[in-house]
Design a protein around this ligand. Structure first.
Ligand SMILES: [Zn+2]
Length: 165
């Protein structure tokens, strides 16, 4: 037996609704209250879990976002300038080495030419001055052969610096 909370009519246990007013059994006593309170607890728990997670998740994207633009800027600036700088370095190594190699290997062929440039053809030139002139000329040719490669390397650095900005 159960008594309806609305009309106080006595109903049998087999009936889920009141015979008189068709109100559901335990509508205002326990049935309505407990089902509502349980979802509120469950709904509140995810909110409490979400709040600590959002501050924890927020900093990583903020830290990751500044890094990609820096990498892209370095890559965009280094790739074009780096090729020019590499070519400049190769030139500044190969050209002077070629000059030195020729100065050493072709000494007998080049030395009279250098001597004829610095001294008169018939003049009696001491060997020391002849070698000195050859050494100075070789040094001058070495420094001059550095110029194309170094200027290319400097151009590569300049364009790389401009593209970074
Ligand atoms: Zn009733």
């Amino acid at each position: 037996m159960w008594i309806c909370s609305r009309c106080q009519t006595a109903n049998k246990d087999g009936h889920t609704q009141c015979v008189e007013c068709s109100a559901p059994r335990n509508a205002r006593r326990f049935g309505a209250g407990t089902p509502v309170s349980a979802p509120m607890v469950q709904a509140a728990a995810p909110e409490r879990r979400m709040q600590p997670q959002t501050p924890g998740d927020a900093p990583p994207p903020l830290r990751r976002q500044p890094q990609p633009p820096v990498d892209q800027g370095i890559r965009a600036g280094r790739v074009p300038g780096g090729f020019v700088r590499l070519a400049g370095l190769l030139l500044s190594l190969l050209l002077p080495l070629t000059v030195l190699l020729l100065a050493v290997i072709r000494f007998e062929a080049v030395q009279p030419v250098i001597t004829s440039i610095f001294f008169k053809p018939d003049a009696a030139v001491p060997p020391f001055f002849s070698y000195l002139a050859y050494g100075v000329s070789t040094l001058a040719a070495f420094l001059l052969s550095l110029a194309p490669g170094l200027s290319l390397w400097a151009l590569g650095r300049l364009t790389g610096g401009l593209r970074k900005r």
